[in-house]
Design a protein around this ligand. Structure first.
Ligand code: PBG
Length: 345
C-alpha cells in the first residue's frame, strides 16, 4: 500500500535519464567494489568432508568430481588447509563400513567411530577451526534412513533417544557444533536438554531446520554409501518442496527449542526460503549448497558449458544476497582460494 503521507514515487522522485545513469558506478572495478551491496569471503564458507577408514587413503566419489573420501590422518591435514585458507569450520560425514550398519544404528554412539576419531584428531592439532557433525542415523542404519524403522515407519520418539546418545559422544569427542539433520519433531529441545545436563552447555546446535525431501542429495548418498541401502524415500520426515510457511514454522520451533543457528537445505532451489528465514526471523541462517548442486555445476564445467570460477562464485554470492550468514559448500577450498587471490579485482 502506498503511504498516506508521501507521494507515490513518480518519474521525478525516482530520478531520470540522463541525470541518472546507472552505468556510471559500473564503469570500473574499483567503483563496482565500492557500491557492492553484499560481499563474500572465506569466512562465509563451511567445507563438508567425507571420512573413510584407513591411513593415507583417498577414495574419489564418482558422482562428485573432485571430491574424495579421506582417512582420518588426511582429514586432519585437510582441516589444516581449511584453517590456512581462512575457512571457519569443516563438517564431517562418515563412510561407514557396511558391516557396521545395523537396524539400531549403534555405531552412531560408538566413541571410536570415524567422525569422533576425526574430530579428536582435528581438535588435538589445535587449528582454531570449528568442527560440525551431523546428528542423524543414516550413515549407520542398515536401511539408510535417518531414524529408527519400527513396523515400517520411522519412529519419531524412539529415534530421539538414539540421537541423544549420538549427540553426547560427539560432544565428548570435542565437536563444536552439532547439526541435527534428521527432521524428527522435538529433537532440538531433547538434545539441548541432554547437553546441558551433561555439562556441554557451550556445544552449539546448527539445526537443519528447513530440510526438504530433495533429489539433490543423491551424490551425497553415494559418498556416504547409503544410496544402495536406502529403502523408499524420506518424505515422511523431510519437507515437501511445495511449502514455505511450513519452513518458517520449523525454524521457529528449532530456535525456541535452543538452536543457535539454522540451516536451509538444499540451497539454490530454495533461496526464497533463505530470504524469508533470514529476514523474517533474523537468526543466523546457513544454506547448504548440496551434493547435487555441486554435481550439476561440475558436470557443466567439465563439459565446457560453463566457466567454473565465475559460475561457482556467482552461485555463492546468491546465498549472501538472499541473506545467508554462510554456506556449506563442496566448493569451499576453491572459492576461498579464489577470494583470497582476487581480493582487489
Ligand atoms: C543426512 C544428510 C544428508 C545430507 C546431509 N546430511 C542426506 C539426506 O538427508 O539424505 C545431504 C548433503 C548433500 O547432499 O550434500 N541426514
Amino acid at each position: 500500500m502506498p503511504s498516506k503521507y508521501l507521494p507515490a514515487p513518480s518519474a521525478d522522485t525516482m530520478g531520470q535519464y540522463p541525470a541518472v545513469r546507472m552505468r556510471r558506478t559500473r564503469q570500473a572495478a574499483w567503483s563496482r567494489r565500492l557500491v557492492a551491496e553484499t560481499t563474500l569471503s572465506a569466512a562465509d564458507l563451511i567445507w563438508p568432508l567425507f571420512v573413510v577408514e584407513g591411513a593415507n587413503t583417498r577414495v574419489p566419489v564418482a558422482s562428485m568430481p573432485g571430491v574424495e573420501r579421506l582417512s582420518v590422518d588426511l582429514i586432519v591435514d585437510t582441516a589444516r588447509e581449511a584453517a590456512d585458507l581462512g575457512i571457519p569450520a569443516v563438517a564431517l560425514f562418515p563412510f561407514t563400513d557396511p558391516k557396521l550398519r545395523t537396524e539400531d544404528a549403534a555405531e552412531a554412539w560408538n566413541r571410536g567411530n570415524l567422525v569422533n576419531r576425526a574430530t579428536r584428531g582435528i581438535k588435538a592439532a589445535n587449528l582454531g577451526i570449528g568442527v560440525i557433525l551431523d546428528v542423524a542415523l543414516d550413515p549407520y542404519t542398515s536401511h539408510g534412513h535417518d531414524g529408527l524403522l519400527i513396523d515400517g515407519r520411522i519412529a519419531n520418539d524412539a529415534t530421539i533417544g538414539a540421537l541423544i546418545k549420538q549427540s553426547l559422544v560427539q560432544a565428548e569427542a570435542g565437536c563444536d557444533v552439532l547439526a541435527p539433520s534428521d527432521m524428527m519433531d522435538g529433537r532440538i529441545g531433547a538434545i539441548r536438554g541432554a547437553l546441558e545436563t551433561a555439562g556441554h552447555q557451550d556445544t552449539m546446535i546448527m539445526a537443519y531446520a528447513a530440510k526438504f525431501a530433495s533429489a539433490f542429495y543423491g551424490p551425497f548418498r553415494d559418498a556416504v554409501g547409503s544410496s544402495s541401502t536406502l529403502k523408499g524415500d524420506k518424505r515422511t520426515y523431510q519437507m515437501d518442496p511445495a511449502n514455505t510457511n511450513e519452513a518458517i514454522r520449523e525454524v521457529r520451533l528449532d530456535i525456541a527449542e535452543g538452536a543457535d543457528m539454522v540451516m536451509v537445505k538444499p540451497g539454490m532451489p530454495y533461496l526464497d526460503i533463505v530470504r524469508r528465514v533470514s529476514h523474517e526471523l533474523a537468526v543466523p541462517t546457513f544454506a547448504y549448497q548440496v551434493s547435487g548442486e555441486y554435481a550439476m555445476i561440475m558436470a557443466a564445467v567439465n563439459a565446457g558449458y560453463l566457466d567454473g570460477d565465475r559460475a561457482i562464485m556467482e552461485s555463492l554470492q546468491g546465498f549472501k544476497r538472499a541473506g545467508a550468514s554462510g554456506v556449506l559448500t563442496y566448493f569451499a577450498p576453491k572459492a576461498a582460494r579464489y577470494l583470497n587471490k582476487n581480493i582487489t579485482s
